[in-house]
Design a protein around this ligand. Structure first.
Ligand SMILES: [Zn+2]
Length: 510
């Protein structure tokens, strides 16, 4: 009989780590980072120490108490031998948001990952352009060793190559994908000490799995979201994150049809509560509202949406075209678009401009070797934008506000097209963002600060500017009714007809 253990991800923000086991062999559904739990202890300037491997994460219960982690991340004062050594054959990854993939890096190297080609390249793209940490080791690992006599301090082995993880793709991997996985920008530079040793990447049907697994694309706010159906003694359907109201809602409906024989349904519940009179916001309605705002704007337009929300990027590409402006993205965004293009050969950067930051590009090999190579004539700098602000829509977020000090815009419009603030820290960031906009006389759409009592200002959002990446409560109910999992079997799982893995008000959009 199958056993199902939710090690993390219930009643919280992401962090999904759901284990299914049958006949002594099991699979994890996602292995994400639980931002809610991390936030109890950590913030921007107090982070877990990579130099202590997984010690801090285990001690604070931020990882399940299991013996399934990389030996090179275990310092001498930590032992895992008392914890269950699960026989994990694979992680089935639903998508490349960090709350679903953000702890993959600490798992033993011999535990492979099944993921869509888009999820694989997005994870690698993030790794190539980000700072190295044990948690970001999603597609390749930087192995560590004791750096002190006591074995308490762990450091990267400078002389050892990066080791690619075994990946299995939900579609036949293309040549472009394999080539993208085989190198890391900067590895051929004269002073580079580490190269990437790629591992295997094959179709997932070539794996021996304890269940008969099928992968199904679903719609979400990131490319490559995948639901899974696992058939063994019992049929189990896992949705990951999904929605019906995006441009690819039809793919979710197809999955629902395929999953009708499932006895157990593990479904996300981000917006499982009543809809509280929310209007139905779709990607198309967001497009219309944002277009209207651009049309009535003069001066520079800044569009702020989640970095890997490629669908929203397409929406703004369409708006830019219709309003005779050029869409400008950061070099990092361009690298991510190039990464996704390696899957299907489609060039997504052709009609874009790239913002030329004041930076030393020799330190950003992913930019000098990849973005500059493919988009060389497409760069625009701060002076060009300053001279012709009406010609551009700039894809910036709060964290890019420092570049406004170089552009020095005089007026303009900031369109906030992402989720509402749901933590105190986010509210503080919005108050800072407001100050930045005031400094440059930029008006805002999508969020505002309204005068409250006394000297107070209240943060308000306009829901028309963002379509959630998650299904509405009504759509979740519809899917549960369609799949109609069995009462009697589900009853053994705490008398619930479905295992609703997350109940949360909002979503971080990471
Ligand atoms: Zn997600």
């Amino acid at each position: 009989m199958v056993s199902l253990t939710v090690y993390d991800g219930a009643n919280g923000i992401g962090g999904n780590k759901i284990y299914l086991e049958e006949n002594g062999q099991g699979v994890f559904l996602d292995f994400g980072k639980n931002f809610g739990k991390y936030g109890l202890f950590y913030e921007e300037f107090l982070k877990n120490r990579d130099t202590r491997g997984i010690h801090d994460l285990m001690y604070l219960d931020l990882l399940p108490q299991l013996n399934i982690y990389r030996p090179d991340l275990i310092p001498s004062d930590l032992s895992l031998t008392q914890f269950p050594a699960l026989n994990v054959t694979v992680v089935l990854l639903s998508h490349a948001h960090m709350d679903h993939c953000g702890n993959l890096g600490v798992l033993r190297k011999d535990i492979p990952i099944v993921a869509s080609p888009e999820s694989i390249v997005i994870m690698k793209g993030m790794q190539d352009t980000g700072t190295t940490s044990i948690e970001s080791d999603t597609t390749y690992l930087s192995m560590r060793q004791p750096g002190d006599d006591l074995g308490l301090y762990l450091e990267s082995i400078a002389s050892m190559n990066y080791l690619g993880k075994d990946l299995y793709c939900t579609e036949m991997p293309s040549e472009g994908l394999l080539s993208f996985l085989s190198t890391r920008p900067g590895q051929d530079a004269p002073k580079a000490r580490k190269k990437l040793e790629p591992s295997s990447c094959a179709h997932y049907t070539e794996m021996d799995l304890p269940f008969e697994v099928s992968a199904h694309p679903v719609d979400h706010s990131i490319l490559g979201a995948t639901a899974y159906i696992l058939r063994g003694d019992t049929t189990i359907a896992y949705t990951g994150d999904f929605r019906l109201h995006g441009k690819n809602g039809e793919s979710t409906r197809k999955f629902v049809n395929q999953a009708k024989d499932a006895s157990i349904l593990i479904i996300e519940g981000t917006r499982a509560g009543p809809s509280l009179g929310e209007e139905k916001v779709t990607e198309q309605s967001v497009c219309n509202v944002c277009q209207e705002s651009v049309e009535t704007s003069s001066g520079l337009v800044i569009a702020d949406f989640s970095a890997r929300n490629f669908e929203r990027l397409e929406t703004f590409q369409e708006i830019a075209q219709k309003t005779n402006r050029d869409l400008v993205v950061t070099a990092k965004d361009a690298y991510m678009l190039h990464s996704v293009g390696c899957v299907d050969g489609v060039c997504r950067t052709e009609s874009l401009k790239i913002y030329k930051e004041i930076t030393n590009k020799t330190r950003r090999k992913w930019e000098s070797e990849v973005v500059q190579k493919f988009c060389d004539g497409q760069y625009v700098d701060h002076t060009t934008i300053r001279s012709n602000p009406d010609n551009y829509i700039l894809c910036f977020s709060f964290f890019d506000m420092k570049h406004l000090l170089d552009i020095k815009p005089e007026g303009g419009t900031y369109i906030y097209s992402a989720c509402e603030a749901f933590t105190e820290e986010m509210e503080i960031d919005f108050r800072r963002l407001w100050q930045w906009l005031r400094r440059f006389n930029i008006s805002s759409c999508g969020f505002s600060m309204e005068k409250g009592e006394g000297a107070d200002y209240n943060l308000c959002f306009d829901g028309r500017y963002h379509a959630s990446g998650h299904a509405s409560g009504e759509d979740i109910t519809w899917i549960i009714e369609q799949i109609d999992p069995e009462d009697n079997i589900a009853n053994s799982y705490r008398s619930s007809r479905v295992v609703c893995q997350e109940f949360r008000e909002c979503y971080p959009g990471r």
